[in-house]
Design a protein around this ligand. Structure first.
Ligand code: RIB
Length: 305
């Protein structure tokens, strides 16, 4: 087993809009996509499509969405052993994407909020066989802390994507993670520092390093990523693409980075490939629907391997 993703799954309801409605106004959206999403599931699906063996630990509800989500995990090569059914609604995410490919997302956590540290203990033996644990913040924070502690106890590196931004996240309780992967907004919130320039971002990343975290990888959208560690910092530039929908691009990036890092242990190279994979995903509509398989990725980008 390569990667354990402990996190969320949602059903994404994406409306493509020409502009945001005013308060009290009804507008028509020219296009709509229904798809499987949720930051945890997205990252797991990206890694699995690229060829990693992924263990997904998550909770679904007791509704029709749950059946579809379970089928989707299986169709993407994952076991449903720890896709736990819960007496709640499944997580859902109504999403609006405008013509500049900017998105607004509402998350209804539903069953995701009910994933517990006991659930992790039940999956412990299987998690122990993984080489990386991947976490996000769409589940209960106490469960995130329990997963960080479990990784430390088992000697498995942990990657934390502190998204969506959570002001109450305790840096102290996640200081043992190997990788933290925030975007600029999340970095500013976690560090309490401005992120207006690359120098600002580097200083803000320094606050996270000072807490004990080994690698801070700041995603900068189309500009690429800034990787900051004790050894120094490296800007890995993004690749120009015509974006139609950036929803889930950060998750594509993390799934791809995790896949390659587990394979080759080379952070800079894995970041470089993840930039291409995420960039490719924004050229298509949808979240998971926009993620390439390993075969497609190699075919489309043969020149980068
Ligand atoms: O990062 C994109 C994801 O955020 C969507 O799939 C949505 O479900 C929300 O979790």
């Amino acid at each position: 087993m390569d990667i354990a993703v402990i996190g969320s799954n949602n059903v994404d309801l994406i409306s493509y809009i020409t502009r945001m409605p005013q308060e009290g106004e009804t507008i028509e959206a020219p296009d709509f996509q229904l798809g499987c999403g949720g930051k945890g599931a997205n990252q797991a699906v990206a890694a699995s499509r690229l060829g990693s063996e992924v263990l997904m630990v998550t909770r679904v509800g007791n509704d029709l969405f749950a059946d579809n989500t379970i089928a989707n995990f299986k169709a993407n090569g994952m076991s449903d052993k720890y896709i736990l059914r819960t007496d709640a609604t499944s997580g859902v995410a109504p999403i609006f994407v405008d013509q500049q490919s900017r998105n607004s997302i509402i998350i209804v956590k539903g069953a995701n909020a009910l994933l517990t540290s006991e659930d992790l203990q039940a999956a412990r033996e299987d998690i122990a066989r993984c080489k990386l644990i991947v976490l996000q913040l769409e589940i209960n924070l106490e469960t995130v802390y329990a997963a960080v502690d479990l990784g430390k106890e088992l000697g498995i590196p942990v990657l934390l994507n502190p998204a969506p931004a959570a002001p109450e996240l305790s840096l102290e309780r996640v200081r043992s993670v190997e990788f933290i992967v925030p975007n600029e907004t999340e970095l500013s919130l976690l560090s309490g520092m401005p992120v207006d320039t690359l120098d600002d971002i580097s200083n803000a990343a320094g606050v996270l390093l000072d807490s004990g975290i080994k690698n801070v990888i700041v995603t900068l959208g189309a500009r690429g990523v800034l990787w900051v560690s004790e050894e120094g910092e490296k800007l890995i530039e993004g690749n120009a693409v015509d974006a139609v929908d950036t929803t889930g691009a950060g998750d594509a990036f993390i799934g791809c980075f995790s896949h390659y890092w587990v394979k080759n242990g080379d952070i800079a190279e894995s970041l470089r490939l993840a930039n291409y994979y995420a960039g490719d995903s924004v050229t298509r509509q949808g979240t998971q629907k926009s993620y390439a398989t390993g075969e497609d990725f190699h075919q489309r980008f043969a020149h980068i391997f």
